[in-house]
Write a protein that binds this ligand. Structure first.
Ligand SMILES: Cc1cc2nc3c(=O)[nH]c(=O)nc-3n(C[C@H](O)[C@H](O)[C@H](O)COP(=O)(O)OP(=O)(O)OC[C@H]3O[C@@H](n4cnc5c(N)ncnc54)[C@H](O)[C@@H]3O)c2cc1C
Length: 438
C-alpha cells in the first residue's frame, strides 16, 4: 500500500495525539491505538507514568499545538490552565539568585499533563475520520521485507496500514519489531544523568506565590544538584516536584519530601509545602538517561513507518522539552506529507532529517548542561566545555540584564534559534556584565 487510506498511530500520548491531528487532515482514516483504558477525566494513567509529574509546555510547543488544534489554548484556559509570562509570573532561581522579572512577551500555560492530554484527546475524538481504540496493545509490525505494512495486536489481529506512526514513547519495543522483519534499526545514543524525581499535588494558601504561576529552583552546578518546581495548576492546586541529578533525590515520604524542599537554596517551595495539605500521595520517578535513536543516520529507513516523539528522543525532563519537540515534529510531518506523495523510505528519510533538525538544539541544551556534572557519562557533543563556560557566564549576566534575560528566554523556549545568543551584541553584553555569584 502506498496511498493515504489509513494511518495507524500507536500510542495516545502527546506525540500520538499530535500525530493523529496531523494525519487526520491527510489520510482518509486514522486509527489511534493505546494499551491503556483512556480516562474521561484529567487523571494520570499507567501507560504514562510521567503523567503524575510536572509538565511544562514551552512557548514553541504551545504555538505548534495551536497550529494543529486551532483554539486549543482557549479550551485549556477554560478548563483551568493558567496563562502566564515565563519572565514575570514564574519565579526563577538559578546561579544563586532569583532572576529579575522581565516580560518575555511569551505566553505559557500552567496545567497538569493529564489536562493537556484529555483536551487534545477530546479534539481528536471529535474528528469524524479518527477512531480511538483504547485497551489495545500493539505486539509487533507486519512487513514485506522492505517496508512496514501494518501492526499486529496482542490478540493476534493484524491491521494493515499505509503508514504506521510509532508514538509508543521512551519504553518503545520497535527495535525488536523492526528487527523481526529484517528491517534496519537505528543506533542509540545514551547519556547517563541519574535524574530522580518525586511529585505531590497539594492545596494551600498561596502566600507569597499569590497571583503567580509558581517558582522554579535550579541548582548551581556542579556543586549543587537539587531542583524544585511549584506550579499552580487547575483546580486550585499546586504541583510540587522535587528532584536532582546523580543520587540527589527526595525520599517519597512526607517528612523526607518536606525536608528536601527546605534544603533547596531558595525558601519559597519549602515554605509552601510547610503550609500545604496533600491532595495526592508522593509519587517517585527515575530517569537514568537521556536517549536518542539516530534514525536520520540510516541509509535506508523502512518505508510505511515513522517513529515519533520520545520513541526517537527522550530528553532529561528537567528542561521541559519533550512535548514541544513532539508537537514540532507533528507540524513538520504535516508539511512533508503535503510535499511527498507516498509513504515510502523517501518520506521517512525526509521526516527523520527534519526531526533531527528539531531535536538538535534541545538535545545540545539538555545534554550539554548535564555534562557540567562530572558523573554524567556518554557521548559528549562537540565543544561542550567551551559552550558551558559561555552559557554559565551568559546566565550569570542574564540574572540582572533584562535584554539578555529576554533573549535567553526566547532561545530556551525554542522560539528563537540559539544563534541569537552568539551575536556580537549579546557576546559583548555577556562579557561586560558582572558575573560573580550573587
Ligand atoms: C518525569 C517526567 C517529566 C517530564 N516533564 C516534561 C515537561 O515538563 N515538559 C515536556 O515537554 N516534556 C516533559 N516530559 C517528557 C514528555 O512526557 C514526553 O516527551 C512527551 O509526552 C512525548 O511523549 P510520547 O507521546 O512520545 O510518549 P508517552 O507520553 O510516553 O506516550 C506513549 C503512549 O504509548 C502507549 N503505548 C506504549 N506502548 C504501547 C503499545 N505496545 N501498544 C499500544 N500503546 C502503547 C502508552 O500507553 C502511552 O499512552 C517529562 C517526562 C518525564 C519522564
Amino acid at each position: 500500500m502506498s496511498g493515504r487510506s489509513l494511518a495507524v498511530v500507536i500510542g495516545a500520548g502527546i506525540a500520538g495525539l499530535a500525530m493523529a491531528g496531523t494525519a487526520a487532515g491527510r489520510f482518509d482514516r486514522v486509527l489511534l491505538l493505546d494499551r491503556d483504558q483512556l480516562p474521561d477525566t484529567a487523571t494520570p494513567r499507567r501507560g504514562v507514568p510521567q503523567s503524575y509529574h510536572g509538565h511544562v509546555l514551552l512557548a514553541a510547543g504551545q504555538a505548534a499545538l495551536e497550529e494543529l488544534f486551532p483554539g486549543v489554548r482557549d479550551e485549556l484556559v477554560a478548563a483551568g490552565a493558567l496563562p502566564f509570562d515565563f519572565g514575570v509570573a514564574l519565579g526563577f532561581y538559578r546561579y544563586g539568585a532569583v532572576w529579575s522579572r522581565v516580560p518575555s512577551g511569551l505566553e505559557m500555560l500552567a496545567m497538569t499533563r493529564p489536562l493537556l492530554e484529555l483536551t487534545l484527546r477530546r479534539r481528536i475524538a471529535a474528528l469524524p475520520n479518527v477512531r480511538i481504540r483504547p485497551s489495545v496493545a500493539v505486539a509487533g509490525l507486519t512487513g514485506d521485507g522492505t517496508r512496514v505494512t501494518g501492526v499486529v495486536l496482542d490478540d493476534g489481529e493484524t491491521v494493515p496500514a499505509d503508514l504506521v506512526l510509532d508514538a509508543t514513547g521512551r519504553g518503545m519495543r520497535s527495535d525488536r519489531w523492526l528487527g523481526a522483519l529484517g528491517l534496519p534499526t537505528p543506533d542509540v545514543v545514551e547519556v547517563k544523568i541519574g535524574v530522580r524525581y518525586a511529585t505531590q499535588l497539594v492545596r494551600c494558601d498561596d502566600g507569597d506565590l499569590a497571583d503567580t504561576a509558581g517558582m522554579l529552583v535550579l541548582p548551581t552546578p556542579p556543586a549543587e544538584k537539587r531542583t524544585g518546581l511549584a506550579l499552580a495548576v487547575e483546580g486550585d492546586r499546586w504541583l510540587v516536584g522535587l528532584g536532582g541529578w546523580h543520587g540527589e533525590h527526595p525520599t517519597p515520604d512526607p517528612d523526607g519530601f518536606r525536608a528536601y524542599a527546605k534544603s533547596l537554596p531558595e525558601p519559597t517551595i519549602g515554605d509552601l509545602l510547610a503550609r500545604a495539605e496533600p491532595v495526592t500521595d508522593i509519587v517517585a520517578f527515575q530517569f537514568p538517561s537521556s536517549r536518542r535513536r539516530r534514525f536520520e543516520l540510516l541509509r535506508e529507513p523502512p518505508g510505511g513507518y515513522l517513529a515519533v516523539g520520545d520513541a526517537i528522543c527522550s530528553f532529561n525532563p528537567v528542561y521541559g522539552q519533550g512535548m514541544t519537540v513532539a508537537a514540532l515534529e507533528a507540524a513538520a510531518l504535516g508539511r512533508l506529507l503535503d510535499r511527498v506523495p507516498d509513504n515510502s523510505g523517501r518520506l521517512a528519510r525526509a521526516f527523520y532529517r527534519e526531526a533531527a533538525r528539531i531535536i538538535r538544539t534541545p538535545w545540545q541544551f539538555a545534554v550539554g548542561a548535564d555534562f557540567v556534572y562530572p558523573e554524567t557519562t556518554g557521548p559528549r557533543p562537540r565543544a561542550i566545555p567551551l559552550l558551558n563556560r559561555y552559557s554559565t557566564r551568559l546566565q550569570l549576566a542574564a540574572r540582572t540584564d533584562p535584554e539578555l534575560r529576554r533573549t535567553f528566554t526566547w532561545v530556551q523556549q525554542l522560539v528563537t534559534p540559539p544563534g541569537a545568543l552568539f551575536t556580537p551584541r549579546v557576546i559583548a553584553r555577556v562579557l561586560r556584565r558582572r558575573t560573580d555569584p550573587a
